[in-house]
Ligand binder design. Structure first.
Ligand code: FES
Ligand SMILES: [Fe+2]
Length: 403
């Protein structure tokens, strides 16, 4: 249970909220799928932390990232023309290069250059990695790139979808640390895709593992520990890289897994980037297993808005034995449950239990990080790439040494 003040600190990002301020100043923020940015193609609208932006790829492949509205009289640059290495506003045809410099103001004729030199459009630094565009919205020195194992991978080894979710970002992140729900909420999906299997996922259905959590400078490791019938220990460690990302182990080693990145658009919605990476081979295998039919990777889950408090649930399927009644993709189940907690969950009214140890530590970690940020203390980043862990070990071996 949190106080009202703590709940606000962890959920609100807009305006002067300390969390939003910290996200802008201290972290690269993933904001769009790289493949949606086509040279001379349509500019993309991006909403982050309560503000609107436009991203585009210029003729020469470079990416520009600006405030959405034209500095002349505020027309949206999402509608702009994109050609000749410049965005051109439709309203009065002002032109901007990728650095946000005004390069043409047609109405000013010969004075165009002098006039343009006095105006500037806010421009933000970006880089591309892991199939995503990342932006820095702060005013300080650029932070290090996030220490994620998929960020420099060949595009054939990483795949990420995008969904806009109608709930606060922190419900998204908490859902990824809460590994207990995998064996309940997702049980029908798991038995459909891995039914009868003796692999790692089958063990994940065992609902009584031991949970242990450890803070790290960059976030947290959350371990689920199970004793196998031969006495050995099965270790699954989800890695949280603050503030947006969780890496859930795949199977057999630490070089593949599932990516969950929950980025706040504003206080009331977030963008989920969900996908897979495999450092040793094509990512298609796991993707194929998880994909249900043909879905738009830019709009992966189309969530029914829930006016009827039912969210499109199929009671007929439940009567036939489906546990949740959301019989598409497991991410459908996640997003519905998160949105149905309330747009911003009221954490002053909850009752945590022993399996919520990771949730409690996650909140503590982030509250401490916000306090440290407000005191001006440096952020904890990892100098090396971090990974989740999926391993069978000798009994009682400390997983902390391995992960
Ligand atoms: S509003 Fe953009 S050029 Fe006038
Ligand atoms: Fe889930």
């Amino acid at each position: 249970m949190l106080t009202e003040e703590q709940n606000r600190l962890l959920t609100e990002v807009e305006g002067d909220a300390p969390l939003g301020h910290m996200m802008r100043e201290r972290y690269w923020i993933p904001c769009a799928r790289s493949e949606n940015l086509v040279a001379d193609g349509a500019p993309q609208h991006v909403r982050l932390i309560g503000k609107d932006y436009v991203a585009f790829r210029a003729t020469d492949g470079r990416v520009g990232f600006f405030d959405e509205h034209c500095p002349h009289r505020g027309a949206s640059l999402v509608l702009a023309r994109n050609a000749d290495c410049a965005l051109q506003c439709l309203y009065h045809a002002w032109k901007f290069d990728v650095s946000g410099k005004v390069i043409e103001v047609p109405s000013e004729g010969e004075r165009s250059e002098a006039f343009a030199a006095r105006v500037r459009l806010n421009h933000y630094p970006t880089f591309e990695g892991g199939g995503l565009l990342w932006v820095y919205l702060g005013k300080g020195a650029l932070p290090p790139r996030p220490p994620l194992p998929f960020i420099d991978l060949d595009p054939t080894r990483v795949w990420v979808s995008r969904t806009v979710s109608p709930s606060n970002w922190f419900q998204g992140v908490e859902g990824t640390i809460d590994s207990v729900h995998v064996g309940t909420l997702h049980q029908s999906w798991i038995s459909k895709h891995f039914g009868g299997g003796k692999g790692a996922i089958a063990y994940a259905l065992d609902s009584h593992p031991r949970y242990e959590v450890e803070d790290t400078p960059y976030g947290m490791k959350a371990a689920a520990l199970r004793t196998l019938s031969d006495g050995r220990q099965y270790v699954r460690v989800t890695t949280y890289v603050a503030p947006f990302t969780s890496l859930v182990p795949g199977g057999g080693n630490d070089r593949n897994g599932t990516i969950f990145i929950a980025v706040p658009r504003d206080n009331h919605s977030h963008m989920l980037f969900w996908g897979f990476w495999n450092e040793d081979g094509p990512r298609m295998e796991s993707e194929k297993q998880m994909t249900v039919g043909e879905r738009d990777p830019n709009n992966w889950v189309r969530i029914n808005q829930g006016e009827d408090h039912r969210w499109g649930q199929n009671r007929e399927a439940m009567a036939q034995g489906h546990f949740s009644g959301f019989d598409g993709c497991l991410v459908d189940e996640d997003l519905v449950i998160q949105a149905a907690q309330g747009v911003i969950q009221d954490r002053t009214k909850e009752h945590l239990c022993s399996s919520d140890v990771g949730i409690g530590r996650l909140r503590r970690w982030l509250l401490d990080e916000i306090a440290a940020f407000e005191k001006g203390e440096p952020a904890g980043h990892s100098p090396v790439t971090v990974r989740p862990l999926d391993k069978i070990t000798e009994p009682n071996l400390s997983w902390r040494e391995l992960a």
